[in-house]
Write a protein that binds this ligand. Structure first.
Ligand code: M6R
Length: 368
C-alpha cells in the first residue's frame, strides 16, 4: 500500500500536486468566481463578520498563521491566530460576528474540538477546515470546507498542510468576494496563480534530489535553525517542527527580524541555518532577509537558502541554494514548504529512524 515508497510520508509528499488540485477542484468557476457550495453560511452572515479567530494545533496552526496574512490582506478583516490548547483558557472575546476558523486534518484533535465547543458556547460562528469526512470537528462546526488530500497516514503532516493552505486561501478569497462590491484585480490574479499551484508543486518535487542528498549529509547535526519573514516565518516553524518530530533534532524556527533580539547568539561555526527567502515581488522583505543571511554567514553559519527561480541576489551568500518556482508572496508557502518536508524525511531516514512513526507521537491527538 506504500506504492513502492519506503515510507507513507514520502508517498504523501509526492501526492501533493494531486491533493492541491483536488482541493481546488470545482471551487473556482470559469468566470473566476469562487463557489464554496458546501459552506452552509449565508453571504449576509459572512458580510457581518468583524473578526476572524483561527484555531489549530501543530502543523495546522502553521497553516492558520499563513491564513492570517492572506485573509487580512484580501479582506481587511482583523484576524487572530491561536493555539487550540491555549484558546479557552484565556477568556477570549467572542461575539456573534466573530468567525472562528478551526483547522484540523483529522477532525478529532481534542484541543481543537474543545476550543470549537468553547467558541460555540459564546455564540461565535464556527467554520471548520478538515480532511476527514464526518469527523467530530466538521460535525460540530456550523460549516465546513473540506480539504481533499485523501488519507494521510504518516504521523508527520505534509499533504494535509498544503491542502489546508489552499482551503484557507479559498476561504479568504470567498470572504473578499462576498464583501467587496467589485472583485479587485489582485484577487483575480491570485485565483489564476492558484490554478497553477499543482504544476508548481510538481515542479518543486522534481528538483528534490539535492535536498535529499543534503538531508543525508547533515544526519549527524544536533541543531538546525530555520528563518523566515512574513509567510516565510510560519514556513520556517513548519520546517523546524518536521525536523524535531521525525529526526529528533533540536530545530527552531524564528522570524528573521528577531535574530538580533536573541537567537543570533546561537549561531556558531558550521551551524546549519535554513532561510526561506520571500519572492522579489516584495523588495523590502526580500532585501531585509538577504542582509540577515549575510549576518549569520559572517558568524559562521552554513546557509541553506530557499529562494524563487531567478533570485540571483542570494547566491553569493548561500552554501546550498534551493530554487523553487515563482508564486506571489502569499502563495509561496505552497512550494517553499516542500523542500523542508523532503529534508526532514531524508535526514530521519539517514539516521535509521522510523519516518512514519516517530517516537512518542500519535497521528491524532485525542486527549488534551
Ligand atoms: O489533525 P490535526 O490537524 O488537528 O492535528 C494537529 C497536529 O497534531 C498535527 O498537525 C501535528 O502537529 C503533526 N504531527 C505535525 O506533523
Amino acid at each position: 500500500e506504500k506504492g513502492g515508497y519506503d515510507y507513507f510520508m514520502d508517498k504523501e509528499i509526492d501526492e501533493q500536486p494531486q491533493a492541491v488540485a483536488d482541493t481546488l477542484l470545482g471551487r473556482i468557476s470559469a468566470e473566476g468566481r469562487l463557489q464554496l457550495d458546501e459552506m452552509r453560511m449565508s453571504e449576509s452572515e459572512l458580510r457581518s463578520v468583524d473578526k476572524v479567530i483561527v484555531i489549530a494545533a501543530g502543523t495546522s496552526y502553521h497553516a492558520g498563521m499563513i491564513a492570517k496574512y492572506a485573509i487580512e490582506h484580501w479582506t481587511r478583516i482583523p484576524v487572530e491566530v491561536e493555539l487550540a490548547s491555549e484558546f479557552r483558557y484565556r477568556d477570549p472575546i467572542l461575539t456573534r460576528d466573530t468567525l472562528v476558523l478551526v483547522i484540523s486534518q483529522s477532525g478529532e484533535t481534542a484541543d481543537t474540538l474543545m476550543a470549537l465547543r468553547h467558541a460555540k458556547d459564546q455564540h461565535a460562528r464556527v467554520l471548520a477546515i478538515c480532511n476527514s469526512n464526518g469527523a467530530t470537528i466538521p460535525r460540530e462546526a456550523d460549516a465546513v470546507v473540506y480539504t481533499h488530500g485523501g488519507p494521510e497516514i504518516a504521523v508527520a503532516s505534509t499533504k494535509a498542510f498544503l491542502t489546508q493552505l489552499i482551503a484557507c486561501y479559498l476561504v479568504g478569497l470567498y470572504l473578499a468576494q462576498v464583501r467587496a462590491a467589485k472583485f479587485p484585480d489582485e484577487i483575480a490574479d491570485i485565483l489564476e496563480q492558484l490554478s497553477q499551484a499543482p504544476a508548481k508543486v510538481r515542479e518543486t518535487l522534481d528538483r528534490m534530489g539535492p535536498v535529499r542528498e543534503l538531508g543525508r549529509l547533515l544526519k549527524d547535526e544536533g541543531r538546525v535553525l530555520f528563518l523566515g519573514r512574513h509567510v516565510g516565518y510560519p514556513v520556517a516553524l513548519e520546517g523546524a517542527l518536521k525536523l524535531k518530530e521525525l529526526a529528533y533534532v533540536h530545530a527552531e524556527g524564528f522570524a528573521a527580524g528577531e535574530l538580533k533580539h536573541g537567537p543570533i547568539a546561537l549561531v556558531d561555526q558550521g551551524l546549519p541555518v535554513v532561510v526561506v527567502v520571500p519572492p522579489a515581488d516584495r523588495p523590502l522583505l526580500h532585501d531585509k532577509i538577504v542582509s540577515n543571511i549575510q549576518e549569520i554567514r559572517a558568524r559562521g553559519a552554513r546557509t541553506i537558502v530557499i529562494a524563487e527561480d531567478g533570485d540571483t541576489a542570494v547566491a553569493p551568500f548561500a552554501d546550498t541554494l534551493i530554487y523553487v518556482p515563482e508564486l506571489p508572496t502569499l502563495l509561496q508557502p505552497l512550494v517553499a514548504t516542500v523542500p523542508l518536508q523532503v529534508f526532514a524525511s531524508a535526514l530521519a531516514d539517514a539516521k535509521g529512524l522510523d519516518v512514519d512513526q516517530p517516537r512518542n507521537l500519535a497521528k491524532s491527538v485525542t486527549v488534551e
